[in-house]
Ligand binder design. Sequence first.
Ligand code: FES
Ligand code: FES
Length: 293
Amino acid sequence: MNLSDSRVLDADVATVWAALLNKDVLQTCVPGCKDMTGNPDDGFDATVVQKVGPVKATFKGTVILSEMKEPSSLTLTGEGKGGAAGFAKGGADVRLEPQGDQTILHYDVEAKVGGKLAQLGSRIIDGFAKKMADQFFDNFQQKPVSGEVEGRTLLVQFLREDLHMTGTHVGCDTSQCGACQVHVNGQPVKACTMFAIEADGAEVGTIEGQANADGSLNVIQQAFQDHHGLQCGFCTPGMVMTAAALLKENPTPTEAEVRSYLKGNICRCTGYHNIVKAIMAASGQDVGAIAAE
Ligand code: FES
Ligand code: FES
């Protein structure tokens, strides 16, 4: 199956090129990607869970970047083995074309499957390949951004007012409440305490990037829902971003450690108990012993 399309990205070519080579960006863009390691020179190892028609499989495979002509074109090639389900492989030739401050990303995708998957018929396979490619480039279109800001613009203002990413909330504007929590180069930061220009060239993670690549809730968001860790929801994006930073630093925190880490986040509704419970559940711990309060 072959597929060609293009997307306009709100960033210059250099920014888009850097994003194409960034493992964390690729991991959040590949639909169903659970894990990715490696680097652009040696390639990336990835684990992807996907359902093709009635067949659900975990594919383990590699993504290689080749034919790199910085910053204008490269080829992404992936091959995954899904055990008894068979295999899937595909490639995308990507070209970047500058258009003012923006970039037009052109792609030509080719996909093949084998084994049991190949018996599903070309209509299902073609539909699956198109869905994967569309989701990947839809996700990627949201990633690299650039813009001009005045020196006095706060990061939280840039996110909300310039980029219209309103998932990051403003509760106090004075670094008290944590509603504006984001990640800057992997570190938790209150976006009302930082100027946008200080994030020039940095990787900024917001609540919009927390969902799984297929749009479903990630494990922390799901735990907040399952354990009633939110009421009005105003503090929730900041809580989720703080929780993600905590679990990255400390994958199985104690209740006391969770409460301590949350000291910069204020919630006016829940009484915190279910938030703590949700974060511990997201870490895979049994929360049955944590009594309701
Ligand atoms: S808005 Fe940033 S800490 Fe409250
Ligand atoms: S859920 Fe309402 S402020 Fe926390």
